[in-house]
Design a protein around this ligand. Structure first.
Ligand SMILES: [Zn+2]
Length: 277
């Protein structure tokens, strides 16, 4: 999955004092969710610009991977840099190289939070970076604002040899998917899975087994995956507003997923390979 970057080592410990070295890397996003980058993530790979090309005073430390630090350029102006251009962050939903995709997704999560955490929600004052942790603080009322993570659930529903496979109706992503949705306030991840299964395909589910989890910074998510079994009737009542397709497919009928970058794809491939489940 996107976070599996070994032998590289990700370290998200915050340091306000970390100064950029010339070889450190910079993430410069736009309000249109574009990113200053070289390459395409496929044949040409992906390459982030180095810190030496930026005004140091405008860079915010994000995290390190191995001995390189990653910084955010949080300005509204767009830059021109030889060989680099602004492309949709979607280019990072590829695997070439994985470590850069992970860095972009994680930086984008922080960018999303920083760009909308500029003023105090209590008294309206301009916020400043908090010294001790990754947070913003109001110099007037001292309220502290931490990064937001939105938990969401993905559930694979089994029915004998078959798996419930879906496609979304109005999303850029056109590949096969599983039942998924955001956790709502007051519910557990298991309750989210049960509610989403009922809302999206009208199915009751049981025997939920935890599969794994994944940070998915493109949508500020922490995704939690479950494999469950249909409980009672297997008649699908598709939410036509949300899904263009929802069908029971045997393991052999499920199309191959080209990459294991996402939790959904990892779960689908796992079920294709484990026909005993
Ligand atoms: Zn305040």
């Amino acid at each position: 999955m996107i976070q599996d970057i070994a032998p590289h080592v990700f370290n998200n410990q915050y340091s306000k004092k970390r100064e950029p070295n010339p070889e450190d890397l910079v993430l410069a996003f736009t309000e249109q969710n574009e990113l200053l980058i070289k390459g395409d993530g496929i044949e040409l790979g992906l390459e982030l610009p180095r810190a030496e090309n930026f005004d140091k005073s405008k860079l915010t430390f994000l995290f390190t991977i191995d001995d390189k630090a990653y910084f955010l350029y949080l300005e509204v102006d767009t830059l021109s840099l030889d060989g680099y251009s602004y492309k949709s962050v979607r280019v990072a939903r590829t695997d070439n190289p994985r470590v850069t995709s992970f860095a972009i997704a994680t930086a984008f999560h922080l960018y999303t939070w920083y760009s909308k955490t500029r003023f105090c929600g209590t008294c309206g004052h301009k916020l400043v970076p908090y010294e001790k942790e990754r947070a913003m603080i109001c110099p007037e009322c001292k309220k502290i604002f931490y990064p937001n993570i939105a938990p969401a659930v993905i559930v694979a529903i089994l029915n004998g040899d078959k798996v419930l496979v879906t496609r979304y109706k109005e999303r850029v992503y056109r590949g096969i998917a599983l039942i998924a949705g955001f956790c709502e306030i007051g519910e557990s991840a298991e309750e989210t899975a049960k509610r989403e299964a009922m809302e999206e395909v009208g199915l009751k589910i049981k025997d939920l087994k935890y599969f794994g989890s994944q940070p998915w910074g493109f949508d500020s998510n922490l995704l939690v995956g479950y494999i469950a079994t249909v409980d009672g009737s297997d008649k699908i009542i598709r939410d036509a507003g949300e899904l263009s397709e929802a069908v029971w497919l045997s393991r052999d009928e499920i199309e191959d997923v080209p990459s294991d970058i996402s939790l959904t794809k990892t779960m689908i491939q796992y079920l294709k390979d484990r026909k005993d489940l």
